[in-house]
Design a protein around this ligand. Structure first.
Ligand code: NAD
Length: 356
């Protein structure tokens, strides 16, 4: 597919990861992106930066559950590939209100698959050969690891344990079933925790950076021993776009960074970088760490063995955690206006970006 300008119908492109993919696809690869986003509380047009008004970018404000509009978008834009990222993505919210997660993550994926199937049936020749439906998912579908367990890989059985991960697992199963049953060329990727610029302030790393900047308490669930493998979002975007051109239909790719860290160590590193970049007269920021009651069903550890994907895609996460985190902290220090604007809004009776 080298030299060919791909037209990607991408869902969730105003979210954290989706916007990184849109920026990478247009700026680094010269692709066209039809960005389908409902613009929920988690969306931000600012995250598209200079590609928002780029001629290769079209933003359609649509709900993926709206079958008629989604089918019309396929018919009008005739994409070469789909990258499906739109989802409700915050685990804590899925515990308080699972309905939206089932609606978007399960029903919305069903609508996308059915619309893609109908569209795929109209394709012939090279366009049909080339078409891919890439479903973007999480390693949380595999359940939790104990400290001594080997990391997840493409063969790990599913064992989702939160409403979020169960809804993502359901959508992964639907996607694979649409390949086996209907021949839709599906690729699934399951990825570890991402971090980087434009991440919504409610997620662990931005929340801790922002509270650290403001010298507010740094709430850590349980004892802070929960472990995640942290992937820099731009490295993830690069891997996802490699999957679109080099991935094999029917294959799963487990994308990880080989950077597992305990939550407490993540927060301590954030404190150390902030102390260096924004010294406080009140002393080191570790004093702000407070332990709060663990959330129900909090998975202990996620970690991926990315060997298969690294070899198959000729890709490896470029950033180690400390480098990626420093870049991220610098970005939050320089973009206070964005996250302050979000935190001035309320959603569901709660100040946005103020929960862990
Ligand atoms: P996000 O919450 O930042 O963004 C989600 C985007 O989807 C938002 O722009 C939102 O407006 C849009 N959206 C939500 N419901 C929609 C609907 N019904 N119709 C159309 N658009 C809708 O999420 P993210 O962190 O960027 O995650 C993107 C994808 O990657 C998700 O599928 C998630 O499960 C997966 N993932 C995320 C991580 C992570 O660490 N963030 C890790 C692995 C996989």
């Amino acid at each position: 597919m080298m030299g060919f300008i791909l037209r990607i119908l991408l869902t969730g492109g105003c979210g954290f990861i989706g916007s990184a993919v849109v920026r990478f696809a247009i700026k680094n690869l010269g692709y066209e992106v039809i960005n389908v986003d409902k613009m929920t509380y988690a969306a931000s047009k600012d995250a598209l930066e200079d590609v928002l008004l780029h001629p290769n970018h079209t933003l359609l404000t649509l709900d993926i559950c709206d079958s008629e509009s989604i089918r019309a978008a396929f018919a009008k834009y005739q994409p070469d590939a789909v990258m499906h990222l739109a989802a409700e993505s915050h685990v804590d919210r899925s515990i308080d209100g699972p309905c939206a997660f089932v609606q978007t993550n399960v029903n919305g994926t069903f609508v996308m698959l059915e619309a893609a199937r109908e569209y795929f049936a109209t394709l012939v020749g090279e366009k049909r050969e080339r078409f891919r439906f890439h479903h973007i998912s999480t390693d949380e579908v595999f359940g939790a690891l104990a400290d001594e367990d080997p990391p997840f890989n493409e063969q790990t059985p599913y064992d989702p344990r939160s409403p979020y991960s169960a809804s993502k697992a359901a959508s992964d199963h639907l996607a694979r079933a649409w390949m086996h049953t209907y021949g839709l060329p599906i690729i699934v990727s399951n990825t570890t925790n991402n971090y980087g610029k434009w991440q919504f302030p409610e997620k662990l790393i931005p929340l801790m950076i922002i509270n650290g900047i403001n010298e507010a308490p740094l709430p850590i669930y349980g004892g802070g021993t929960n472990t995640r493998d942290w992937l820099f979002v731009d490295d993830h975007a690069e891997a996802l776009l490699k999957i679109i051109t080099h991935g094999i239909p029917g294959q799963t790719y487990c994308i990880g960074a080989r950077q597992p860290r305990k939550n407490l160590d993540v927060v301590k590193t954030i404190c150390a970088v902030l102390d260096q970049k924004l010294p406080s007269p009140n002393g080191a920021r570790e004093r702000l760490i407070t332990y709060v009651k663990d959330r129900p069903g909090h998975d202990h550890r996620y970690e991926i063995d990315p060997s298969f994907a690294e070899n198959a895609l000729h890709w490896k996460a470029a950033h180690d955690f400390e480098r990626g985190l420093t870049v991220t902290i610098e970005w939050y220090l320089n973009n206070c206006e964005w996250w302050e604007r979000i935190r001035s809004q309320t959603y569901g009776g709660q100040r946005l970006g103020t929960i862990a």
